[in-house]
Each structure stands twice: as C-alpha cells, then as structure tokens.
Design a protein around this ligand. Structure first.
Ligand code: IPD
Ligand code: CA
Ligand code: CA
Ligand code: CA
Length: 270
C-alpha cells in the first residue's frame, strides 16, 4: 500500500471539501436535530461526508468507511483499510459561529493508525501525520512535545466537568482545576486535540467521545509523542464511544493517577 499516494489523495480531497464548506456560507443552511435538541446536524455535514465516501470508493472500493453521519459502511471490525471520518467536528460552532470547527479524518489498517488529518477550515490550517514520518502543520514539521509540570499546564475540559455528576470523583476534578495554570473549552474535540498536538494545550479530557471525534487526532498524537487513552488509561475503543484523554507525555500518567477517578465504569460503556 502506497501511503504517500493515499496521503496526496486525502489532502487534495480535504482541501476540496473545505472549499465546499466555505462556499456553503452563501447558501441557506438546513439544521436538524438528532438524538437530542442540542445534537445538531446540517445538510452540509451530510453533503461533506457523502463527498468523502464517494471519493474514497472511487480511490479503492475495498476501503471501508466509518463516518458520523452514517453514509459509509457498517463497521464491526477494524480489520483491513478503514477511514474514520467526521465531516464537521463542532457542528454547533459551525452553525452559531461560522468558525471553530474541523474536518477530522483518520486512515487505519488493521486498527493501526497510518494517516491522520485535522483541518481547520476557516483558518485554512491543516495538521496531518504519516505514521513513522512525523506530523506537519501546513507542511512545517511539528516537533515532539516538550515536558512540563502540571502547575504549568493549560487543559481543555468542558462545563460538564464542573457539575458534580456521579460519574467522576468531583473533589479530584476541583483539585485538578485548582492545580493547573488554566482551563479552556472550544466546543470541538478535534480542535482541542489539534491544540494538544501543537503544544497550545497540554491535555484534553472528555467523558464521552466517538471514534470519528478522535480518529484523525490519534494518528497525529503518536507522531508528536502526545499520549492517548481512555480515562482508565486503556486504549480508546475505536468501535464504540469511550471516555478520552490526550495529554503531553509528562503529565498523562499523573492526570490518571491523581486527578481522574471514574466512579461507575458501567455508565461509560455503550
Ligand atoms: C462534538 C464536538 C464536541 C464534543 C462532542 C462531539 P460534533 O462533535 O466534538 O466538542 O464535546 O462530544 O460530539 O457532533 O460537532 O461532530
Ligand atoms: Ca454531531
Ligand atoms: Ca464530532
Ligand atoms: Ca460531526
């Protein structure tokens, strides 16, 4: 398998998808809800996923596709070549702000991340990685993350962490927020991962993410030395939703040992 060739294809296709998203701002947006009133999807999310599916099937019909909007294949195994696609990560930001959303794509073979892409459409900033060859931001190599102390860390967490919820040891979350230098919340998991792999955030934690939220970022993370796991320190389950932690390698274990304690594991599997 020629990864360089697939990488060229992916970058070209992502840039063209970005053009289509930017052009969509001059047209009417159709907004619908999915599982709940705050779970939004637009005609553009669907159109862009459909576009990726068509292009990938043209490239190689044997490649499988796992996409958020369900236009790919029904995936029950990680065997073989698999694309994991979130056409717009941060749909709420896309609708409300017209910015702060990403295209996130990962290419895996037998469950091993080979290519990863996080494209900030409005900033026209592409972060990508080829396994074993490093990670790049607009073709500039991204260096390995530098170690730091937890007191110097700026971490991405959203408001659900501040409200006691019975799933997480709340005292430890309070201790974490008091210990770190600052917290941020961006409304796009892919964007928070992009910030961690470029050292602009030092960790990002989530109580529930889907494979398409993190597939692209996972591959980039391994090239810069960022550590990815679920909140129990195990590998993220790419066939399901899971809890999620990405962190600078100098604080990943410390976060798990001293600041994150899941109370009821059963609530986190679905
Ligand atoms: C969502 C965003 C958000 C995260 C949610 C995701 P979507 O993705 O990444 O930041 O908190 O869990 O579902 O639905 O906008 O692609
Ligand atoms: Ca969504
Ligand atoms: Ca998403
Ligand atoms: Ca999405």
């Amino acid at each position: 398998m020629d990864l360089r060739k697939i990488n060229d294809f992916a970058i070209k296709t992502i840039f063209h998808a970005g053009d289509q998203i930017r052009e969509s701002f001059s047209k009417e947006l159709i907004i619908e809800t999915k599982a709940s009133a705050n779970d939004l999807v637009t005609n553009i999310d669907r159109k862009i996923e459909q576009y990726f599916v068509e292009k990938i099937k043209e490239l190689d019909p044997s490649h499988k596709i796992l996409g958020e909007e369900g236009m790919g294949d029904k995936i029950v195994t990680l065997d073989g070549p698999l694309w994991i696609i979130d056409p717009i990560d941060g749909t709420m930001n896309f609708i409300k702000q017209g910015r702060n959303f990403m295209i996130s794509i990962g290419f895996f073979v037998d469950g091993v991340g080979k290519l990863g892409y996080l494209y900030d459409v409005m900033r026209d900033e592409l972060i990508y990685a080829i396994k074993g060859e490093g990670a790049f931001i607009n073709d500039q190599q991204i260096g390995k993350l530098k170690p730091l102390k937890i007191e110097e860390a700026v971490i991405g967490i959203n408001s659900s962490w501040v409200i006691p919820n019975g799933k997480i040891n709340h005292e430890k979350v309070v201790k974490l927020i008091r210990t770190v230098r600052g917290t941020r919340s961006y409304g796009s998991a892919a964007m928070e991962i992009a910030l961690v792999v470029t050292g602009k955030l030092d960790a990002y934690l989530s109580m529930r993410l889907a494979p398409w939220d993190i597939g692209g970022g996972m591959v980039i993370a391994q090239e810069v030395g960022a550590v990815v796991s679920n909140l129990k320190g195990q590998p993220f389950n790419l066939l399901n939703h899971d809890t999620f932690l990405i962190a600078n390698p100098s604080i990943h274990q410390l976060l798990l040992e001293h600041y994150i304690e899941l109370k009821d594991e059963k609530q986190h599997s679905n």
